[in-house]
Design a protein around this ligand. Sequence first.
Ligand SMILES: [Cu+2]
Length: 107
Amino acid sequence: MFTKNTLLISTLLISSALFTNAISATSQVTQQLKSVTLDVQNMTCAMCKITIRKALEKVAGVKNATVDFNKKTVTIQFEPKRTSVQELIKATTNVGYPASVHTNKTH
Ligand SMILES: [Cu+2]
């Protein structure tokens, strides 16, 4: 009986932890997903933002791409087994937006 309760509690804890992660941008990535932020060149208007996001979301293995127009960056969550940072950079470059990996200097 004790084990059952413990198991239930752990399950609850794990699910709430997963939920918190899902809504938090600073979440630790799950085992299958990796996150990368790219600095994107040539981003000048709202259309660019859409073009970049669509180009990335077309890449197999990309879960989501979030463009930050003010910072000129895009943060991508992807499955490292299906695609790579090089592929992501190629995708934005192909639609006219050369990119490079964003390095966080405060880190
Ligand atoms: Cu534009």
